[in-house]
Design a protein around this ligand. Sequence first.
Ligand code: 5GP
Ligand code: ZN
Length: 137
Amino acid sequence: MSDCIFCRIAAGEIPSATIYEDENFRVILDLGPATKGHALILPKAHYADLTEIPEDLAAKAMVVAKKVVTFMKDALPCDGYNIVQNNGESAGQTVFHFHMHLIPRYKGDHAGVTWKPGKLTDEARDEILEKAKGLMQ
Ligand code: 5GP
Ligand code: ZN
């Protein structure tokens, strides 16, 4: 996908602040970081989102995440971290090449990786449990 910015960054065609690279992934610093050290895991092959990426590569992405957050905790050092992975416009995805955000957290940083809790209704619970029985078990 020559018009995909993350394909071009992952391939090294566009320079990036790369903190880790292997045969399948490049991990870069986000240009608009939520906190100091905010990084993105980019697969070198193009997949729009989590539903498209093959299972084995999705599993490998989590292994890379574990490596990078271990570095963040030890070296930055951060106090905690969020792993965020947006899929679809409604979920805040702006670059349609699968990526995982690794966001180091520091006590009192106010980075705001959060949501307002609602309430699980009986109706929603029953509907979803019924659908999951048919499709996921
Ligand atoms: P999304 O909203 O799709 O989950 O995340 C896209 C992220 O990519 C944003 O956090 C944005 O700051 C980052 N980003 C967009 N373009 C570039 C770029 O050219 N280089 C880097 N390093 N980050 C980018
Ligand atoms: Zn791409």
